[in-house]
Design a protein around this ligand. Sequence first.
Ligand code: PEP
Length: 260
Amino acid sequence: ARQRKVLMAGNWKMNPASIKEAREMAALLASSLRTIAQDKPGFDVEVVVIPPSPFLHIVADVLSGTVAKIGAQDVHPESKGAFTGEVSTGMLMSMGVSYVLAGHSERRNLFNESDAVVNKKVKAVLASGLSPILCIGESKEEYESGLVKDVCSKQLREGLVGVSAEDLQEKLVIAYEPVWAIGTGLTATPAIAQSVHSYIRSVIKEMYSPEVANAVRIQYGGSVTPESVDELMTCPDIDGCLVGGASLVAEKFSRIFSYQ
Ligand code: PEP
């Protein structure tokens, strides 16, 4: 049996278009989760829904009473003050959030987030008691130049500066998301994903200890679909998926988190 609890997270990104649609999407998921709870008493997958900040409250409300947890897509490292447009960890906590993405490739690439900024966010999230999902992964050019290990190792080491073994073991989740596979329909083959996940675990082992490396959960992300999830989840070092596009369709996301 798997020793790490599987974590399936759906990142809605800047979707859907209205609170009405968000409520409807969450309601479909809630009903699917209720059916699973009835039909599969042993269902033991952690499911996280990550809507845009303005919809956190309604989505948390609609999903309450189901096993789903709520995640946020981003956070500001400071706890309050003159940071127009930003959202703090305390605000997220008060809305029932459990997980916060840090360093999603869209934040890194479109909003110029450096590893240092990502690290600040990771530490702020941990300090507040929430769980960060630290996203790492190489671009297409880096992949083609054989730089996967260098890029992942740098993003990991810089993202984890000052993070304790205990926090890594108990709270922080790593998501390996090759940028060339995000939103492109190109999923890394299970063999490629498994080899990078195993490498990531070896870096954690070197930075921390074999125990921490063994305990940390590593999700795969990048065009995961109902068609690709089952095979990905047979890989021993893949502990769940971070799903973008397919998480916007309740039926698809449900099929993904109830993978076989
Ligand atoms: C993501 O944004 O984290 C992601 C993996 O997106 P998609 O599943 O659409 O590739």
